[in-house]
Design a protein around this ligand. Structure first.
Ligand SMILES: [Zn+2]
Length: 455
């Protein structure tokens, strides 16, 4: 009897252990099914670690940007398009950080928890981007590093993204890791770049001034070309004489804006930076994370440094995507949708298995402040830069020429169309090129007019 009891207990114990292992294995298979199915050893999808079998990626006009043919991954026909969109599409070997062949892999391969991976065609990923416009923007950046992006400020749809340096995925250069001209080539600068903003930052100081300095529109400032502040000197780009707040922004007077920053104080300048959404890392609906900006204004900042911070020099750094989003919010009455570029994933039967759901970017500017700032940015173009520059578009904007140690400055342009029947905002950064108006303003004007002519 005793032996039988012992055997029974042993059998029950072994069975229990077996069942427990089976359950654990099944749980693991189920919860990691996607991971296993999309592993690079899955011969349906990968050949020696290279993505071969996935659905098409098409632009807003249906132009194929990536597809599989005879077991090989192919890319856009045009070499400029391939280079312009390298960082958006990604390569098939995983060098590029944040390409959608990686971030949207399961949608692209048609992964489904019931049926597994779609072995034939995968899903088609539709983008909001116009690939021709992206190629034009890539050419407009040449020969400089930097980025350009255009976003519909009513919907958050990005229609144009280009980042430089880049390369043609069909002809990957051998000296990518050695040549200075390819520095940071694997990064999409729109999402991952941080730059000294230069005078584009005067839009942030202006936002703070509108909200915190009651008589700002009644004040005048005197610029003799430089200004002694806190034991140091603020140097202006010109001798502006007596200017109002609006004229100071139009003419980008450093002396006036350094004085405004001091009136505001570090705390209010920092608050304006946060209100503009420049201090946060955006988790985009395209599954990317942007770099968060850094504001120089802190409790311990000296008066002189605060003056420099108010004109976008000092240690302040901003991310171009965040600045574009700030412009979208100003244009759109104070709030904006998170900019995005993956619209949907559609399966072989034409059914959408993924659809972008626009979400608020979290930026919330007082509507009256946004409206005042919008008029000021309109005045910059109509009264100072000249509407002729934008080929008849009614543009608002601000340039920046960010001084960098012993190098040509970074050129910036941020702005948007005043006319909301053409609701687009733009950011352009051309590193170490020179004047903001000439280089970044010129590139932004080229892309905005090209977009206008297309629509
Ligand atoms: Zn001045």
């Amino acid at each position: 009897m005793k032996t039988i009891n012992k055997r029974t207990i042993l059998i029950i114990a072994v069975t229990a252990v077996f069942l427990a292992f089976t359950a654990l294995l099944m749980f693991s298979m189920f919860s990691h099914a996607e991971e296993y199915a999309l592993k690079t050893i899955n011969a349906h999808l990968f050949d020696n670690g290279i993505l071969i079998n996935a659905g098409d990626i098409v632009d807003s006009n249906g132009v194929k940007l990536a597809y599989t043919e005879n077991g090989e991954r192919k890319y856009a026909e045009n070499s400029d398009t391939r280079a312009a969109l390298l960082h958006i599409i990604g390569d098939d070997k995983g060098f590029i950080d944040g390409g959608i062949q990686d971030t949207f892999r399961e949608d692209l391969c048609g992964y489904n928890i019931v049926y597994g991976v779609n072995k034939t065609s995968g899903n088609t990923l539709k983008l909001t981007l116009d690939s021709k416009l992206c190629a034009s923007a890539y050419n407009a950046l040449y020969p400089y590093k930097g980025c350009i992006a255009v976003c519909n400020y009513k919907t958050g749809e990005l229609v144009c993204i280009a980042t430089s340096p880049s390369y043609d995925v069909y002809n990957k250069p051998n000296d990518l890791d050695d040549e200075e001209k390819y520095e940071g080539v694997y990064i999409n600068r729109l999402f991952g770049g941080l730059y000294t903003p230069g005078s584009t930052f005067k839009t942030v100081t202006a936002l703070g001034a509108i909200e915190n300095i009651d008589d700002i529109f009644n004040q005048t400032f005197y610029c003799s070309g430089s200004y002694s502040l806190g034991g140091g000197k603020i140097i202006c780009n010109d001798v502006h004489g007596t200017v109002t707040f609006k004229q100071a922004l139009n003419q980008s007077c450093n002396v006036a804006f350094a004085q405004i920053a001091v009136q505001l104080g570090a705390d209010n300048l920092n608050k304006a930076f946060e209100t503009a959404g420049l201090g946060i890392s955006h988790d985009t609906i395209d599954r990317l994370h942007t770099k968060s900006g850094i504001c120089a204004a802190s409790e311990s900042i000296s008066e002189n440094e605060l003056g420099w911070a108010g004109i976008g020099q000092s240690t302040t750094l901003v991310n171009p995507y965040s600045f574009l989003n700030f412009m979208c919010a100003v244009a759109n009455g104070g709030t904006s949708y998170e900019p995005y570029f993956v619209k949907s994933a559609v399966n072989g039967s034409g059914r959408a298995v993924y659809e972008a759901e626009p979400v608020s970017s979290g930026v919330s500017i007082n509507p009256s402040t946004a409206s005042t700032l919008k008029e000021l940015l309109r005045s910059n173009v109509s009264d100072y830069y000249g509407d002729y520059m934008f080929g008849g578009l009614t543009m608002c904007g601000k340039t920046g020429t960010a001084e960098i140690d012993n190098k040509q400055p970074h050129a910036w342009f941020v702005g948007f169309s005043y006319d909301d029947s053409f609701p687009y905002a733009v950011v352009a950064v051309l590193e170490n090129s020179g004047s903001g108006l000439k280089y970044a303003g010129g590139a932004a004007a080229k892309i905005m007019t090209e977009l206008y002519e297309k629509l």
